[in-house]
Design a protein around this ligand. Structure first.
Ligand SMILES: Cc1ncc(COP(=O)(O)O)c(C=O)c1O
Length: 422
Protein backbone atom coordinates (compact mmCIF):
# COMPACT_ATOMS: atom_id res chain seq x y z
CA UNK A 1 0.00 0.00 0.00
CA UNK A 2 1.41 3.37 -1.03
CA UNK A 3 0.12 6.92 -0.84
CA UNK A 4 0.12 7.04 -4.66
CA UNK A 5 -1.96 3.87 -5.03
CA UNK A 6 -4.39 4.97 -2.31
CA UNK A 7 -4.82 8.35 -4.02
CA UNK A 8 -5.56 6.61 -7.33
CA UNK A 9 -8.21 4.44 -5.63
CA UNK A 10 -9.59 7.44 -3.75
CA UNK A 11 -10.02 9.50 -6.91
CA UNK A 12 -12.44 6.89 -8.24
CA UNK A 13 -14.79 7.16 -5.27
CA UNK A 14 -14.10 10.48 -3.53
CA UNK A 15 -14.26 13.75 -5.51
CA UNK A 16 -10.67 14.76 -6.19
CA UNK A 17 -9.61 11.91 -3.91
CA UNK A 18 -10.00 14.04 -0.78
CA UNK A 19 -12.57 14.90 1.84
CA UNK A 20 -11.37 18.50 2.16
CA UNK A 21 -9.88 20.30 -0.86
CA UNK A 22 -6.56 21.60 0.50
CA UNK A 23 -5.46 18.02 1.27
CA UNK A 24 -5.14 17.47 -2.48
CA UNK A 25 -1.77 19.30 -2.62
CA UNK A 26 -2.97 21.46 -5.54
CA UNK A 27 -1.05 24.44 -4.17
CA UNK A 28 2.25 22.60 -3.84
CA UNK A 29 2.09 19.87 -6.46
CA UNK A 30 2.96 16.24 -5.94
CA UNK A 31 1.06 13.42 -4.35
CA UNK A 32 -0.82 13.78 -1.06
CA UNK A 33 0.53 11.70 1.78
CA UNK A 34 -1.54 9.02 3.54
CA UNK A 35 -0.97 8.52 7.25
CA UNK A 36 -1.11 5.23 9.08
CA UNK A 37 -0.50 6.41 12.65
CA UNK A 38 0.96 9.11 14.81
CA UNK A 39 2.19 9.85 18.32
CA UNK A 40 3.36 13.11 19.85
CA UNK A 41 5.00 15.26 17.18
CA UNK A 42 5.45 12.40 14.74
CA UNK A 43 3.24 10.88 12.03
CA UNK A 44 3.97 7.65 10.17
CA UNK A 45 2.95 7.36 6.54
CA UNK A 46 1.54 4.19 5.00
CA UNK A 47 4.99 3.65 3.48
CA UNK A 48 6.49 3.65 6.98
CA UNK A 49 8.18 7.08 6.69
CA UNK A 50 8.26 9.20 9.83
CA UNK A 51 7.32 12.85 9.46
CA UNK A 52 7.54 15.53 12.12
CA UNK A 53 4.17 17.23 12.06
CA UNK A 54 3.97 21.03 11.92
CA UNK A 55 0.44 21.07 10.44
CA UNK A 56 -1.27 19.78 13.58
CA UNK A 57 -4.34 18.58 11.66
CA UNK A 58 -4.94 22.26 10.81
CA UNK A 59 -5.09 23.24 14.45
CA UNK A 60 -6.67 20.72 16.79
CA UNK A 61 -3.48 18.88 17.81
CA UNK A 62 -2.15 21.34 20.39
CA UNK A 63 -1.07 18.38 22.54
CA UNK A 64 0.32 16.42 19.60
CA UNK A 65 -1.00 13.21 18.05
CA UNK A 66 -2.69 10.48 20.09
CA UNK A 67 -1.95 11.98 23.49
CA UNK A 68 -2.33 9.02 25.89
CA UNK A 69 -4.74 10.85 28.19
CA UNK A 70 -6.93 11.94 25.29
CA UNK A 71 -6.95 8.42 23.85
CA UNK A 72 -7.82 6.99 27.25
CA UNK A 73 -10.70 9.45 27.69
CA UNK A 74 -12.03 8.61 24.22
CA UNK A 75 -11.85 4.86 24.88
CA UNK A 76 -13.57 5.18 28.25
CA UNK A 77 -16.36 7.35 26.83
CA UNK A 78 -16.87 5.16 23.76
CA UNK A 79 -17.16 2.05 25.92
CA UNK A 80 -20.07 3.65 27.74
CA UNK A 81 -21.92 4.53 24.54
CA UNK A 82 -20.97 6.62 21.53
CA UNK A 83 -24.23 8.54 21.39
CA UNK A 84 -27.54 8.56 23.18
CA UNK A 85 -29.50 11.38 21.60
CA UNK A 86 -30.16 12.54 25.15
CA UNK A 87 -28.30 14.81 27.51
CA UNK A 88 -25.18 13.45 29.21
CA UNK A 89 -23.19 14.62 32.26
CA UNK A 90 -20.02 15.22 30.20
CA UNK A 91 -21.54 18.00 28.13
CA UNK A 92 -22.54 19.86 31.29
CA UNK A 93 -19.02 19.64 32.74
CA UNK A 94 -17.55 20.65 29.37
CA UNK A 95 -19.84 23.68 28.98
CA UNK A 96 -19.10 24.71 32.58
CA UNK A 97 -15.37 24.50 31.93
CA UNK A 98 -15.65 26.47 28.67
CA UNK A 99 -17.63 29.26 30.37
CA UNK A 100 -15.20 29.27 33.30
CA UNK A 101 -12.15 29.53 31.07
CA UNK A 102 -13.72 32.04 28.67
CA UNK A 103 -15.53 34.48 30.96
CA UNK A 104 -16.97 36.43 28.01
CA UNK A 105 -19.26 33.42 27.53
CA UNK A 106 -22.21 33.16 29.94
CA UNK A 107 -23.56 30.24 27.95
CA UNK A 108 -22.29 27.99 25.18
CA UNK A 109 -24.01 25.76 22.62
CA UNK A 110 -22.05 22.78 21.30
CA UNK A 111 -22.11 21.95 17.59
CA UNK A 112 -20.11 19.61 15.37
CA UNK A 113 -17.74 21.86 13.43
CA UNK A 114 -16.39 25.37 13.13
CA UNK A 115 -18.68 25.93 10.16
CA UNK A 116 -21.72 25.25 12.30
CA UNK A 117 -20.39 27.53 15.04
CA UNK A 118 -20.04 30.58 12.76
CA UNK A 119 -23.33 29.81 11.00
CA UNK A 120 -25.10 29.72 14.35
CA UNK A 121 -23.39 32.89 15.61
CA UNK A 122 -24.48 34.81 12.53
CA UNK A 123 -28.01 33.47 12.76
CA UNK A 124 -28.18 34.62 16.38
CA UNK A 125 -26.87 38.05 15.37
CA UNK A 126 -29.42 38.42 12.60
CA UNK A 127 -32.20 37.01 14.78
CA UNK A 128 -31.50 39.28 17.73
CA UNK A 129 -30.90 42.49 15.79
CA UNK A 130 -33.50 41.94 13.08
CA UNK A 131 -30.86 43.19 10.62
CA UNK A 132 -29.49 41.44 7.54
CA UNK A 133 -26.05 42.72 6.65
CA UNK A 134 -22.77 41.18 7.75
CA UNK A 135 -19.27 42.64 7.56
CA UNK A 136 -16.49 40.10 7.01
CA UNK A 137 -12.81 40.53 6.24
CA UNK A 138 -11.06 39.55 3.04
CA UNK A 139 -8.85 36.53 3.68
CA UNK A 140 -10.66 35.44 6.86
CA UNK A 141 -12.28 32.03 6.50
CA UNK A 142 -15.27 31.13 8.61
CA UNK A 143 -16.28 27.76 7.18
CA UNK A 144 -18.31 26.91 4.13
CA UNK A 145 -21.82 28.25 4.76
CA UNK A 146 -23.17 29.77 1.53
CA UNK A 147 -23.06 33.42 2.56
CA UNK A 148 -19.50 33.07 3.91
CA UNK A 149 -18.13 31.84 0.58
CA UNK A 150 -17.91 35.39 -0.59
CA UNK A 151 -15.31 37.58 -2.23
CA UNK A 152 -15.07 41.35 -2.14
CA UNK A 153 -17.46 43.08 -4.55
CA UNK A 154 -16.53 45.87 -6.93
CA UNK A 155 -16.43 48.54 -4.24
CA UNK A 156 -16.31 48.86 -0.50
CA UNK A 157 -19.97 49.65 -0.21
CA UNK A 158 -21.24 46.87 -2.43
CA UNK A 159 -22.24 43.41 -1.32
CA UNK A 160 -19.89 40.52 -1.97
CA UNK A 161 -19.75 38.24 -4.96
CA UNK A 162 -20.00 34.49 -4.76
CA UNK A 163 -16.73 32.63 -4.29
CA UNK A 164 -18.14 29.22 -5.17
CA UNK A 165 -20.39 27.76 -7.80
CA UNK A 166 -23.69 26.85 -6.23
CA UNK A 167 -23.78 29.94 -4.04
CA UNK A 168 -26.42 32.33 -5.30
CA UNK A 169 -25.86 36.06 -5.67
CA UNK A 170 -28.72 36.65 -3.26
CA UNK A 171 -27.00 34.54 -0.59
CA UNK A 172 -24.03 36.91 -0.47
CA UNK A 173 -25.60 40.25 -1.33
CA UNK A 174 -25.85 41.19 2.34
CA UNK A 175 -22.23 40.35 3.09
CA UNK A 176 -19.78 43.23 2.75
CA UNK A 177 -16.12 42.27 2.50
CA UNK A 178 -13.48 44.70 3.74
CA UNK A 179 -9.69 44.44 4.08
CA UNK A 180 -8.38 42.94 7.33
CA UNK A 181 -6.80 45.43 9.73
CA UNK A 182 -8.62 48.31 8.01
CA UNK A 183 -10.72 50.01 10.65
CA UNK A 184 -11.41 53.01 8.42
CA UNK A 185 -13.06 50.68 5.87
CA UNK A 186 -15.25 49.16 8.57
CA UNK A 187 -16.28 52.59 9.79
CA UNK A 188 -17.19 53.82 6.32
CA UNK A 189 -19.39 50.76 5.76
CA UNK A 190 -20.99 51.35 9.14
CA UNK A 191 -21.48 55.04 8.31
CA UNK A 192 -23.38 54.00 5.21
CA UNK A 193 -25.26 50.98 6.53
CA UNK A 194 -24.95 51.19 10.34
CA UNK A 195 -28.53 50.42 11.17
CA UNK A 196 -28.60 47.47 8.78
CA UNK A 197 -25.44 45.68 9.96
CA UNK A 198 -26.27 42.69 12.15
CA UNK A 199 -22.69 41.59 12.77
CA UNK A 200 -19.01 42.04 12.19
CA UNK A 201 -17.26 38.66 12.12
CA UNK A 202 -13.50 38.46 12.40
CA UNK A 203 -10.67 36.07 13.20
CA UNK A 204 -8.98 38.08 15.98
CA UNK A 205 -5.67 36.59 14.81
CA UNK A 206 -6.17 35.74 11.15
CA UNK A 207 -5.00 32.26 10.17
CA UNK A 208 -6.49 31.64 6.76
CA UNK A 209 -4.33 33.91 4.61
CA UNK A 210 -1.30 32.72 6.49
CA UNK A 211 -0.82 34.22 9.94
CA UNK A 212 -1.80 37.89 10.10
CA UNK A 213 -1.98 39.36 13.60
CA UNK A 214 -4.37 42.21 14.37
CA UNK A 215 -2.75 45.64 14.17
CA UNK A 216 -2.66 47.84 17.24
CA UNK A 217 -6.13 49.03 18.15
CA UNK A 218 -7.89 47.03 15.40
CA UNK A 219 -9.92 44.75 17.66
CA UNK A 220 -10.56 47.55 20.16
CA UNK A 221 -11.79 49.70 17.26
CA UNK A 222 -14.14 46.95 16.07
CA UNK A 223 -15.57 46.65 19.57
CA UNK A 224 -16.16 50.38 19.75
CA UNK A 225 -17.69 50.56 16.26
CA UNK A 226 -20.05 47.63 16.91
CA UNK A 227 -21.15 49.00 20.28
CA UNK A 228 -21.82 52.42 18.76
CA UNK A 229 -24.01 50.94 15.98
CA UNK A 230 -25.73 48.12 17.83
CA UNK A 231 -24.00 45.48 15.69
CA UNK A 232 -22.96 42.15 17.15
CA UNK A 233 -19.19 41.56 17.32
CA UNK A 234 -18.32 37.93 16.61
CA UNK A 235 -14.83 36.61 17.24
CA UNK A 236 -14.24 33.48 15.19
CA UNK A 237 -11.73 31.74 17.41
CA UNK A 238 -11.98 28.33 15.76
CA UNK A 239 -8.19 28.49 15.30
CA UNK A 240 -7.38 31.08 18.00
CA UNK A 241 -9.29 29.67 20.97
CA UNK A 242 -7.04 27.96 23.57
CA UNK A 243 -4.14 28.49 21.15
CA UNK A 244 -2.26 31.22 23.01
CA UNK A 245 -3.47 30.50 26.53
CA UNK A 246 -6.13 28.35 28.23
CA UNK A 247 -8.86 30.74 27.11
CA UNK A 248 -9.89 32.81 24.08
CA UNK A 249 -7.66 35.36 22.38
CA UNK A 250 -10.38 37.96 23.08
CA UNK A 251 -10.12 37.38 26.82
CA UNK A 252 -6.32 37.45 26.71
CA UNK A 253 -6.33 40.61 24.64
CA UNK A 254 -8.93 42.36 26.79
CA UNK A 255 -11.51 42.86 24.04
CA UNK A 256 -14.91 41.31 24.74
CA UNK A 257 -16.91 40.17 21.73
CA UNK A 258 -20.64 39.50 21.97
CA UNK A 259 -20.20 35.98 20.61
CA UNK A 260 -17.19 33.67 20.33
CA UNK A 261 -16.90 30.70 17.98
CA UNK A 262 -14.69 27.80 18.97
CA UNK A 263 -13.65 24.52 17.36
CA UNK A 264 -10.47 22.57 16.57
CA UNK A 265 -8.51 22.50 19.90
CA UNK A 266 -11.61 22.23 22.09
CA UNK A 267 -12.47 18.84 20.57
CA UNK A 268 -9.12 17.21 21.34
CA UNK A 269 -8.97 15.94 17.75
CA UNK A 270 -12.62 14.88 17.47
CA UNK A 271 -15.27 16.83 15.53
CA UNK A 272 -16.72 19.64 17.60
CA UNK A 273 -17.56 23.32 17.51
CA UNK A 274 -19.07 25.76 19.96
CA UNK A 275 -20.66 29.17 20.01
CA UNK A 276 -20.87 31.10 23.23
CA UNK A 277 -21.42 34.57 24.55
CA UNK A 278 -23.60 36.85 26.55
CA UNK A 279 -26.78 35.30 27.93
CA UNK A 280 -29.04 37.83 26.19
CA UNK A 281 -27.75 36.60 22.82
CA UNK A 282 -27.43 32.90 23.62
CA UNK A 283 -30.91 32.72 25.10
CA UNK A 284 -32.33 33.62 21.70
CA UNK A 285 -31.57 30.02 20.66
CA UNK A 286 -34.30 27.39 20.58
CA UNK A 287 -35.80 26.05 22.80
CA UNK A 288 -35.69 29.31 24.80
CA UNK A 289 -35.88 31.70 21.88
CA UNK A 290 -36.89 31.80 18.26
CA UNK A 291 -33.48 31.32 16.60
CA UNK A 292 -33.46 27.69 15.50
CA UNK A 293 -30.41 25.46 15.74
CA UNK A 294 -30.06 21.74 16.33
CA UNK A 295 -27.80 18.71 15.82
CA UNK A 296 -28.22 14.93 16.12
CA UNK A 297 -24.67 14.45 17.38
CA UNK A 298 -24.15 17.83 19.05
CA UNK A 299 -22.48 17.49 22.44
CA UNK A 300 -21.43 14.00 21.45
CA UNK A 301 -20.14 12.20 24.57
CA UNK A 302 -16.94 10.92 22.95
CA UNK A 303 -15.98 14.30 21.48
CA UNK A 304 -16.85 16.02 24.74
CA UNK A 305 -14.66 13.58 26.71
CA UNK A 306 -11.70 14.27 24.41
CA UNK A 307 -12.31 18.02 24.65
CA UNK A 308 -12.70 18.01 28.41
CA UNK A 309 -9.41 16.24 29.13
CA UNK A 310 -7.63 18.43 26.57
CA UNK A 311 -8.87 21.67 28.12
CA UNK A 312 -8.11 20.41 31.62
CA UNK A 313 -4.53 19.64 30.61
CA UNK A 314 -4.16 23.04 28.95
CA UNK A 315 -5.46 24.70 32.14
CA UNK A 316 -3.49 22.60 34.65
CA UNK A 317 -0.18 22.22 32.80
CA UNK A 318 -0.17 25.14 30.38
CA UNK A 319 2.32 24.55 27.56
CA UNK A 320 1.97 28.06 26.14
CA UNK A 321 5.24 29.66 27.27
CA UNK A 322 7.22 26.81 25.73
CA UNK A 323 5.17 26.85 22.52
CA UNK A 324 5.79 30.59 22.21
CA UNK A 325 9.51 30.15 22.84
CA UNK A 326 9.81 27.37 20.27
CA UNK A 327 7.60 29.20 17.80
CA UNK A 328 9.82 32.27 18.08
CA UNK A 329 12.97 30.18 17.75
CA UNK A 330 11.60 28.59 14.59
CA UNK A 331 10.53 31.92 13.07
CA UNK A 332 13.77 33.71 13.99
CA UNK A 333 15.79 30.80 12.65
CA UNK A 334 13.95 30.79 9.33
CA UNK A 335 14.28 34.57 9.02
CA UNK A 336 18.04 34.41 9.61
CA UNK A 337 18.44 31.62 7.04
CA UNK A 338 16.42 33.44 4.39
CA UNK A 339 18.24 36.69 5.05
CA UNK A 340 21.64 35.06 4.73
CA UNK A 341 20.60 33.82 1.27
CA UNK A 342 18.90 37.03 0.17
CA UNK A 343 15.46 35.39 -0.16
CA UNK A 344 12.39 37.65 0.09
CA UNK A 345 10.89 36.26 3.28
CA UNK A 346 8.80 37.15 6.29
CA UNK A 347 8.19 34.72 9.14
CA UNK A 348 4.93 35.58 10.88
CA UNK A 349 4.63 34.04 14.34
CA UNK A 350 2.46 34.32 17.41
CA UNK A 351 2.78 31.69 20.12
CA UNK A 352 3.00 28.32 18.43
CA UNK A 353 1.34 29.60 15.25
CA UNK A 354 3.52 30.57 12.28
CA UNK A 355 3.63 31.16 8.53
CA UNK A 356 6.75 31.31 6.38
CA UNK A 357 5.69 34.00 3.90
CA UNK A 358 7.78 34.11 0.75
CA UNK A 359 7.57 37.88 0.40
CA UNK A 360 8.94 40.88 2.21
CA UNK A 361 6.83 41.80 5.21
CA UNK A 362 4.89 43.18 6.79
CA UNK A 363 1.80 41.16 5.86
CA UNK A 364 -1.23 43.06 7.16
CA UNK A 365 -3.98 41.76 4.93
CA UNK A 366 -4.81 39.47 2.01
CA UNK A 367 -3.43 41.88 -0.59
CA UNK A 368 -0.02 41.78 1.15
CA UNK A 369 -0.16 37.98 1.46
CA UNK A 370 -0.92 37.68 -2.23
CA UNK A 371 2.43 39.28 -3.10
CA UNK A 372 4.09 36.02 -1.99
CA UNK A 373 6.06 33.86 -4.37
CA UNK A 374 3.85 30.78 -4.17
CA UNK A 375 6.24 28.76 -6.34
CA UNK A 376 9.02 29.43 -3.82
CA UNK A 377 6.69 28.34 -1.03
CA UNK A 378 5.78 25.15 -2.91
CA UNK A 379 9.48 24.36 -3.41
CA UNK A 380 10.10 24.94 0.31
CA UNK A 381 7.16 22.73 1.28
CA UNK A 382 8.34 19.90 -0.95
CA UNK A 383 11.93 20.19 0.24
CA UNK A 384 10.79 20.00 3.86
CA UNK A 385 8.50 17.04 3.13
CA UNK A 386 11.40 15.29 1.50
CA UNK A 387 13.47 15.97 4.64
CA UNK A 388 10.74 14.51 6.89
CA UNK A 389 8.78 17.60 7.96
CA UNK A 390 5.06 18.02 7.27
CA UNK A 391 3.90 21.63 6.84
CA UNK A 392 0.46 22.83 5.71
CA UNK A 393 0.44 22.35 1.91
CA UNK A 394 -0.38 25.98 1.02
CA UNK A 395 1.22 29.40 1.42
CA UNK A 396 -2.02 30.77 2.81
CA UNK A 397 -2.28 28.54 5.87
CA UNK A 398 -0.67 28.43 9.28
CA UNK A 399 1.73 25.90 10.79
CA UNK A 400 1.70 24.98 14.44
CA UNK A 401 4.30 24.20 17.07
CA UNK A 402 2.52 22.00 19.60
CA UNK A 403 3.19 21.02 23.20
CA UNK A 404 4.67 17.79 21.83
CA UNK A 405 7.52 19.49 19.97
CA UNK A 406 10.95 19.76 21.57
CA UNK A 407 13.79 22.19 21.01
CA UNK A 408 15.49 19.35 19.13
CA UNK A 409 12.51 19.18 16.72
CA UNK A 410 12.84 22.90 16.02
CA UNK A 411 16.61 22.60 15.55
CA UNK A 412 16.17 19.65 13.17
CA UNK A 413 13.55 21.63 11.24
CA UNK A 414 15.93 24.58 10.88
CA UNK A 415 18.79 22.33 9.90
CA UNK A 416 16.66 20.84 7.12
CA UNK A 417 15.42 24.31 6.14
CA UNK A 418 19.00 25.57 5.80
CA UNK A 419 19.39 23.33 2.76
CA UNK A 420 16.22 24.79 1.20
CA UNK A 421 17.50 28.36 1.01
CA UNK A 422 20.22 27.89 -1.55
C1 LIG B 1 -11.24 30.51 11.59
C2 LIG B 1 -12.05 29.35 11.12
N1 LIG B 1 -13.37 29.37 11.27
C3 LIG B 1 -14.15 28.34 10.87
C4 LIG B 1 -13.59 27.24 10.28
C5 LIG B 1 -14.45 26.10 9.86
O1 LIG B 1 -14.26 25.03 10.73
P1 LIG B 1 -14.60 23.51 10.27
O2 LIG B 1 -13.59 23.16 9.23
O3 LIG B 1 -14.48 22.74 11.53
O4 LIG B 1 -15.99 23.55 9.75
C6 LIG B 1 -12.21 27.17 10.11
C7 LIG B 1 -11.59 26.00 9.46
O5 LIG B 1 -10.45 25.95 9.15
C8 LIG B 1 -11.42 28.26 10.52
O6 LIG B 1 -10.10 28.26 10.36
Amino acid sequence: MTSASLFERAKRVIPGGVNSPVRAFNAVGGNPVYMASGAGARMTTVEGRTLTDFCGSWGPLVLGLAHPRVVEAIQAAAALGTTFGTNTPGEVAFAELLCEQVPSMDRVRLVNSGTEATMTALRIARGVTGRNKIIKFDGCYHGHADYLLVAAGSGLLTGGITASAGVTASAVEDVIVVPYNDLAAVNSVLDEFGTQVAAVIVEPVAGNMGLVPPGEGFLEGLRQACSARGSVLIFDEVINGFRFGPTSFGVQHGVTPDLTCLGKIIGGGLPIGAVGGRAEFMDSLAPLGDVYQAGTLSGNPVAVAAGLVTLEMLRDEPPYAEMERRGRRLADGLTALAKSKGVAFHAAQLGGMFTPFFCDGPVRNLADAKTCDVAAHAAFFNHMLDQGFYLPPSQFEVGFVSAAHSDADVDAFLEAASRAFT
